[in-house]
Ligand binder design. Structure first.
Ligand SMILES: C[S@@+](CC[C@H](N)C(=O)[O-])C[C@H]1O[C@@H](n2cnc3c(N)ncnc32)[C@H](O)[C@@H]1O
Ligand code: SF4
Length: 380
């Protein structure tokens, strides 16, 4: 994840450059249920409106949470499928809050009626991310259900009204790229504090539909737009949070933007980008799926590291006997091709290995999603 707004603040008020610091334990994204009332075109969990056998019970979830706490995991992101379809979702959230986790909900928003919004506010979720992949019919097509946009917007409004911190999450493909500015504008019109821009990752239905991925030029235009917009807010002192995910080339591309717009700050930003350190899969971000399988991140469901029913997460996560985990945790990672030759490897950390693996069969091949030119990565 690339914290765009934090970097904009570095342009306004630079902070001291220090060594790269890893949090005590990884952020855990937990797909508690795979069932979903939508069937989105890009869905990495290949969710659908049916039950999936063998999901973790409430007691099993509580047991894993105790282990995560002792392993000093700071954040739990409760996800799915649609997590609000799990009957015990609020019991899990209450327990997570009691145990002191920063507790977030990742939802499609369609099931957040007044009663659900009341519960979300009472429990005190620290953050609720709701996906909006376009305006009206574009969102509905992307999410394969007519009326989904209106329902998701209703969920957003009910949370905002109750003072819950909400983020809009937008995954860009060629299907919805043209509507990025309109979705960003919803932040202002709906009073939403955060915008999460996601590139497409090639997992699940997102891999099946990877030909819909944004072209390099469309991606570059979108990032320019995001950087310009985040800068307009930051330089005016308005608190709006922009983050991006699933493409760590965003860091070095931001450096090009800084060189064009704030050349005197480029040295400082370059040092801060090295401190940030790029892709964190297998290091600072972890995934547990609905069946208890642990993965290096949410997009690696084709690679199991172990199951929390057999072995504690705290034992699975540091174990580098798995070759993929050893490579992900290595610095530099054993990447090949353009990534190996790239001048910015210390900033992006080799970007998104899932895309490389899905397109070439080799997890260490160059990331086909890198949108930087040869010149920008020091090859030309
Ligand atoms: C799997 S969903 C689960 C939560 C909820 N059902 C929702 O849609 O927000 C979590 C987030 O991952 C995003 N996502 C799913 N597949 C993706 C992919 N292949 N690449 C990038 N983001 C993806 C979704 O758009 C959503 O914002
Ligand atoms: S992205 Fe979310 S809403 Fe869409 S099918 Fe997957 S789990 Fe359901």
């Amino acid at each position: 994840m690339f914290r765009v707004s934090q970097f904009m603040h570095e342009l306004v008020a630079p902070s001291a450059v220090g060594p790269r610091r890893d949090p005590p334990g990884p952020v855990v994204i937990w797909n508690l249920i795979r069932r979903c009332n939508l069937t989105c075109k890009h869905c990495y969990s290949i969710s659908a409106d049916k039950d999936f056998a063998g999901e973790l019970s409430t007691d099993e979830v509580f047991g894993v949470m105790r282990d995560l706490k002792s392993f000093r995991v700071p954040v739990l992101i409760l996800s799915g499928g649609e997590p609000l379809l799990r009957p015990d979702i609020f019991d899990i959230a209450i327990r997570a809050k009691e145990m002191g986790f920063y507790t977030a909900l990742s939802s499609n928003g369609t099931l957040i009626d007044d009663r659900v919004a009341d519960r979300i506010a009472e429990i005190g979720f620290n953050y609720v991310g709701i996906s909006i992949d376009g305006i009206d019919a574009t969102h509905d097509r992307f999410r394969a259900r007519q009326g989904a946009f209106a329902e998701s917007m209703g969920g957003i409004r009910r949370c905002v009204k109750r003072g819950v911190k909400v983020g809009l999450r937008f995954t860009m493909t060629m299907d919805n790229a043209a509507e990025l500015p309109q979705v960003v504008d919803l932040m202002e019109s709906e009073g939403v504090a955060k915008f999460y821009f996601s590139h497409l990752n090639y997992a699940g239905r997102g891999n099946k539909n990877r030909l819909d991925d944004a072209t390099i030029q469309v991606t570059r235009n979108a990032m320019d737009y995001l950087f310009d917009t985040a800068w307009a807010h930051a330089s005016a002192g308005r608190e709006r949070e922009f983050v991006s995910g699933n493409n760590d080339a965003d860091g070095p591309y931001f450096l090009s933007w800084v060189r064009r717009n704030h050349p005197d700050k480029a040295g400082h930003i370059a040092a801060k980008l090295v401190q940030w350190g790029g892709n964190a899969s297998g290091i600072n971000v972890a995934n547990i799926d609905n069946l208890g399988e642990v993965h290096p991140d949410t997009m690696w469901w084709n690679h199991n590291l172990g199951n929390v029913r057999d072995r504690q997460f705290s034992a699975i996560w540091p174990d580098t006997s798995d070759a993929l985990m050893a490579g992900l945790k290595a610095r530099p990672r054993p990447v090949e091709g353009r990534c190996k030759a790239c001048a910015h490897l210390d900033m992006c950390n080799g970007n998104t290995r899932v895309r490389a693996q899905r397109v070439t069969g080799n997890a260490w091949a160059e990331d086909p999603g890198c949108y930087l030119s040869d010149e920008e990565i020091g090859l030309a």
